[in-house]
Write a protein that binds this ligand. Structure first.
Ligand code: SF4
Length: 216
């Protein structure tokens, strides 16, 4: 087995993910609207991408700013984002968060981790994604794909996403931070899936710890 190289792995991911479907949050991120990135990321938590895509499109049609969101009731938001996972909690948080943004931040999404984390329904994953995608700040968003694949490669050895984020902050060169989530999510949704990863077609198998220990 060859020594794992993060530069080689990410350069391979850049090539093969070009033709793969964009994750919904990356689609939303293209217009750099921090509020929309924040809300679509909240909907995406523990929810399949296709479900998030449809839920977000329904909600966006009627409410794509905090002002418009406050014109809806919690039940209306629930109906629009259903069947996203935990849709009731998410609807309540979206409403509260929009109110806080208007009352305390002039309707503008804050640009620092600590303040983002103080908003209802916002955890590290969401905050990191907003920082990178909306504000172009160096941060590492660790979701289930990033956590799983970084461990499969043997690049980190961690038990949960928080440990993975902290380990990556120490060893992942900062030039890769912003792109890391985007590349690994696409790779994880299409090739290195949670169950039955498509290792036979993956050119990383000669340096992947998971492949060596389970398939070689
Ligand atoms: S060899 Fe398999 S487990 Fe390793 S990165 Fe490729 S798809 Fe994922």
């Amino acid at each position: 087995m060859k020594k794992f190289s993060i530069d080689k792995a990410l350069s391979y991911l850049k090539k093969i993910t070009k033709t793969l479907k964009e994750p919904i949050v990356s689609e939303v991120a293209k217009n750099k609207d921090a509020y929309q990135i924040l809300i679509s990321t909240i909907i995406s938590l523990r929810t399949k991408d296709e479900t998030t895509r449809k839920a977000w499109k329904r909600l966006k049609k009627v409410a794509d700013t905090p002002e418009k969101m406050l014109k809806l009731t919690q039940q209306e938001i629930e109906r629009l984002i259903y069947p996203a996972g935990f849709y009731r909690n998410k609807a309540r948080n979206i409403l509260k968060l929009s109110q806080i943004l208007l009352e305390r931040f002039n309707g503008i999404v804050p640009q620092d981790m600590e303040t983002l984390l103080s908003l209802p329904g916002v955890g590290r994953k969401t905050a990191n994604l907003v920082l990178t995608e909306a504000f172009n700040i160096d941060a590492i968003c660790v979701d289930t794909h990033v956590h799983r694949i970084s461990n499969r490669w043997g690049y980190v050895k961690t038990r949960n996403p928080i440990e993975t984020e902290m380990a990556l902050r120490k060893k992942l060169p900062i030039k890769h931070w912003k792109e890391y989530n985007y590349l690994l999510v696409k790779f994880g949704q299409n090739i290195c899936s949670p169950i039955h990863p498509k290792c036979d077609m993956c050119l990383l198998k000669n340096m992947c710890k998971y492949y060596k220990t389970t398939k070689a």
